[in-house]
Structure formats: structure tokens, C-alpha cells
Design a protein around this ligand. Structure first.
Ligand code: ADP
Ligand code: MG
Length: 181
């Protein structure tokens, strides 16, 4: 799963990029939008969000009716209509059952989650995720806030496999690292 301390640190952008790049390793990948308060994965891939995860959980029919293929090895389940009770969905057994089923059909499932400081959803999601990646926006997120987010994740034994420092400005000094040579 992907999370961050605050909103707009770049979770959706980064998770979409990583998932896309990983398809080059011939892995079958699924992105699920579980940021139900601010769903945005559909925008990254120009998909309709008329139906998605919330419909799959309600109707309990074939998951394939709700996956959208964006590349040969990359599928997306958009959020679907945003419910009045996002936390109920995130805490539901139905969600865990669906993710368990999906795990048999994909090599990796990337979950786009809400930011940690805002709501408890990401901590719930961390409990059933194999690994957590934390995006931190350069010069935006106070250290204390990032530490707090990490502490919350550790309190549920989340497996933090890495952090991404995002939005680093390209200056004269560090330009070299971004150039092709
Ligand atoms: N590395 C980056 N450089 C510049 N802008 C970025 C970068 N990553 C994300 N953004 C922009 O920041 C905004 C928030 O990104 P988004 O991925 O939607 O964040 P989140 O999912 O954490 O709310 C978007 O407008 C996005 O285009
Ligand atoms: Mg987002």
C-alpha cells in the first residue's frame, strides 16, 4: 500500500508510476483505489469512475466486471461511487475477502490509501497489507509529522519497505542526477 502523512504529497502519482514500471518485469499488477475520500487513480489513467470497488463490494459479482485494463499487464479497480461511510468499507470483511480473492490473480496489488494524519483508514489498510511505502513531499512535510506517521504504522507492525522523497526541485546543483548522459 501507498500512504503519506498529508494529502497531495504524490501518493497517487507515484503508485501509478511504480505499478506501470513494474509491468515491464512481466508481473501482473492491479491497482486498487482505496482513498475513498479523495479517489484519483481513475484520473491518472483517464478512466471512468462510474463503477468500481464500492460496486464490487456491494454486488459481489465477478471481480472482472470491475477491473479496467490500462496496459497489457496492468489492471485498475477505481473507487466507484464514494460512499458516506468510507471507514466502514475499509474495515469490512467483504473488502478483505475481495483482496484475498484478487491476490490469487495478480503478482502484485498496489493499494492507494488516504494520508495518515487525516483518518485511521490507512492504519487499517496497513494491517492487511504485506508492505507499506510512504511518500514524503520534499520541503512540504515537517519531520515531526513524518515521524508521527511512521510511529502510527509501526504501532500496527506495518512492514514499511521504503519511503519515496517526492517533489524534489531540480536545481543547478542536483541537475546532474536527473539528466541522461
Ligand atoms: N514529483 C512531482 N513533481 C511535481 N508535481 C507532482 C509530483 N508528484 C505529484 N505531483 C502533483 O502533486 C499533486 C498531488 O499529487 P497526487 O499524486 O494526487 O497526491 P496524493 O495522491 O498524495 O494526494 C498533483 O497535482 C500531482 O500532479
Ligand atoms: Mg491520491
Amino acid at each position: 500500500m501507498m500512504t503519506s502523512s498529508l494529502a497531495s504529497e504524490g501518493k497517487t502519482t507515484t503508485i501509478s508510476n511504480i505499478a506501470t514500471i513494474m509491468t515491464e518485469q512481466d508481473k501482473k499488477i492491479l491497482i486498487i483505489d482505496l482513498d475513498l475520500r479523495k479517489p484519483a487513480v481513475h484520473k491518472q489513467f483517464n478512466l471512468s469512475n462510474n463503477t468500481g470497488l464500492t460496486d464490487l463490494l456491494l454486488k459481489k459479482d465477478d471481480y472482472k466486471n470491475y477491473t479496467k485494463q490500462v496496459y497489457p499487464k496492468l489492471d485498475v479497480i477505481t473507487s466507484g461511487k464514494v460512499p458516506a461511510n468510507p471507514s466502514e468499507i475499509v474495515n469490512s470483511k467483504a473488502l478483505q475477502d475481495v483482496i484475498k480473492e484478487l491476490s490469487f490473480h495478480y503478482d502484485y496489488i498496489f493499494i492507494d490509501a488516504p494520508p495518515i494524519i487525516a483518518v485511521s483508514d490507512p492504519i487499517t489498510i496497513a494491517k492487511f497489507s504485506d508492505a507499506v511505502i510512504l511518500t514524503i513531499a520534499y520541503s512540504n512535510t515537517e519531520k515531526e509529522l513524518a515521524k508521527k506517521a511512521i510511529d502510527s504504522l509501526r504501532s500496527v507492525n506495518a512492514n514499511i519497505i521504503g519511503t519515496i522523497l517526492n517533489k524534489v526541485p531540480i536545481t543547478k546543483e542536483n541537475k546532474y542526477y536527473y539528466s541522461y548522459y
